[in-house]
Design a protein around this ligand. Structure first.
Ligand SMILES: [Zn+2]
Length: 137
């Protein structure tokens, strides 16, 4: 199956042109944003709009067909953050230096699984924050 252009446009608009995981705005990355299957197609996820969200290539590349990650504090296997159904600010906090910290087991497991604090990504977010960008519109 493929995702229609109309569906892609609606997903882009619903996500406010930001990655659902690291929150980077599409206009500040040197690559095309991707349509993420929240439940991966390899795990039976559909092309239905309710299963789609915008992701930067780095987050989507690390996510691959994962549905769960390990919370580094409890070492429990936790379902990854769902950017369509869950509120980012409930599970994550953007520190002033660009590092994303987890507020919940889900947030921490997602940070680890998707490598949200990859150093070049942290540096980009630090510069964006200094320029006035905020992860929550
Ligand atoms: Zn991202």
């Amino acid at each position: 199956m493929t995702v229609s252009d109309a569906t892609r446009a609606r997903v882009r608009a619903a996500s406010a042109e930001r990655c659902g995981y690291c929150r980077v705005p599409a206009r500040y990355i040197y690559a095309q944003m991707q349509i993420d299957h929240i439940l991966p197609q390899a795990k039976g996820g559909s092309d239905d709009e309710s299963n789609l969200w915008l992701s930067c290539p780095r987050c989507n590349g690390f996510k691959r067909d994962q549905t769960h990650g390990i919370d580094p504090i409890t070492t429990r296997r936790i379902r990854l953050f769902n950017p369509r159904r869950q509120q980012w600010e409930r599970h994550f906090r953007m520190e002033s230096d660009g590092v994303i910290t987890g507020r919940t087991t889900c947030g921490r497991a997602t940070i680890e699984a998707l490598h949200l604090n990859y150093p070049p990504s942290v540096t980009l977010r630090r510069y964006l924050l200094r320029a006035g960008w905020r992860p929550i519109p």
